[in-house]
Design a protein around this ligand. Structure first.
Ligand SMILES: Nc1ncnc2c1ncn2[C@@H]1O[C@H](COP(=O)(O)OP(=O)(O)O)[C@@H](O)[C@H]1O
Ligand SMILES: [Mg+2]
Length: 140
């Protein structure tokens, strides 16, 4: 799968549906893009569309947020503040991504070498106040 679009907020729901279709087989979703590009916005939209009722906030300070979904837990990471890979061992990061749980990961750069299964790579580029380029690739 390879998908590329230039869009504003009003297209996010459509893109979220595409991601939801993929999540059936790909459980790790990484979101790359500068601060304010729209990573958390996509996670919020996907979870809302999946029917998660919890309010979704950025895990910038908590590192991990958990959401209930149909008796399972969905994990949402923001690794912006993680400086050393050892800090991830402390939270048991690998256990999360090797579980069959859905994991959304913002600022994934530090863990890319640890993911050795299929994942969805979402890249967002800020083009203007209401304009983003979103590129989605399935990586095997
Ligand atoms: N596709 C988009 N088009 C226009 N604005 C967007 C889009 N995605 C997000 N935004 C806006 O950008 C701002 C930052 O989004 P956020 O998801 O918090 O970014 P990040 O998590 O990458 O730091 C929010 O005000 C949001 O409404
Ligand atoms: Mg964010």
């Amino acid at each position: 799968m390879s998908y590329k679009v230039i869009c504003s907020l009003n297209k996010i729901d459509e893109i979220s549906q595409l991601i939801i279709d993929k999540i059936k087989t790909v459980k790790t979703i990484i979101l790359r893009g500068e601060l304010g590009s729209g990573k958390t916005t996509i996670v919020k939209s996907v979870l809302k569309r999946m029917g998660v009722n919890d309010s979704v906030t950025s895990p910038t300070f908590s590192i991990i947020n958990e959401y209930d979904f149909a008796g399972n837990i969905i994990y949402h990471f923001d690794l912006y503040r993680i400086e050393n890979i050892e800090d991830l061992d402390v939270i048991g990061f690998e256990d999360y991504i090797y579980s069959q749980s859905i994991c959304f990961i913002e600022w994934p750069e530090i863990v890319l070498s640890k993911i050795n299964h299929k994942y969805l790579d979402i890249q967002i580029r800020y083009l203007g106040e209401d304009k983003r380029e979103i590129i989605i690739n399935e990586i095997d």
